[in-house]
Design a protein around this ligand. Structure first.
Ligand SMILES: Cc1cc2nc3c(=O)[nH]c(=O)nc-3n(C[C@H](O)[C@H](O)[C@H](O)COP(=O)(O)O)c2cc1C
Length: 188
């Protein structure tokens, strides 16, 4: 079983991006288990003075451990002002340390996103890919999941009713699963 930690960049209870991750869990392909990360609101602002074994906030230790234990990540983020929401960037900054040996180093990651607008978080996804280049993570190149006018694809309870998006989520998780397996396969 391939375990994927799903991280939403939105703290809203009615977040479309969190709903997208729940849909991904529901539509996950064979051999993939999606686990939702729910600790983002507890992660404090990055402070280098706290970034050592004696002072590390518990929420940060938990975040790093969960990323470290997962086989891969599925990150669904809103786009805020054409970029990555601060709360998500902050969590990535914590997770990116210690540099060169962080939980994000070599981690396989699929970046997806949902917006109410017409561009489906395209600009935020480009920005996130740049951040994950700095962390030496392995971001899945395709398929790309840009869920535009997302509010029209979920019902009032936050359940996805758009089969095209459901299929895309399944394909994305299958591609992430296969990327992880390929990398772990012994060299021929
Ligand atoms: C501060 C802020 C900035 C936003 N900037 C953008 C933006 O640049 N592009 C975009 O498509 N939507 C933007 N939006 C709208 C979000 O796409 C929309 O609120 C979305 O539902 C947020 O994701 P969530 O439902 O997961 O919380 C912005 C929303 C907020 C609150």
């Amino acid at each position: 079983m391939t375990t994927i930690l799903a991280i939403s960049g939105s703290l809203r209870a009615a977040s479309l991006n969190t709903a997208l991750l729940r849909a991904a869990r529901e539509h996950s392909p064979e051999g993939v288990e999606v686990v939702l990360y729910t600790g983002l609101a507890d992660v404090p602002h990055y402070n280098g003075d706290l970034d050592d074994d004696h002072h590390l906030p518990a929420a940060v230790a938990d975040l790093r451990a969960r990323i470290g234990e997962a086989d891969g990540l599925l990150v669904a983020s809103p786009e805020y002002n054409h970029s990555v929401p601060g709360v998500l960037k902050n969590a990535i900054d914590w997770a990116s340390r210690p540099k060169g040996a962080s939980a994000l180093q070599d981690k396989d990651i699929a970046v997806i996103g949902a917006s109410t607008g017409n561009f489906g978080t395209a600009r935020a996804q480009i920005a996130l890919r740049q951040v994950f280049a700095a962390t030496h993570s392995r971001v899945l190149l395709s398929p790309e999941v840009l869920v535009f006018t997302a509010h029209q694809r979920f019902d009032g309870a936050g359940d996805l009713h758009d089969t095209t998006t459901a299929d895309l989520l399944r394909e994305t998780l299958a591609a992430l699963r296969d990327q992880i397996a390929d990398r772990r396969a012994p060299a021929r």
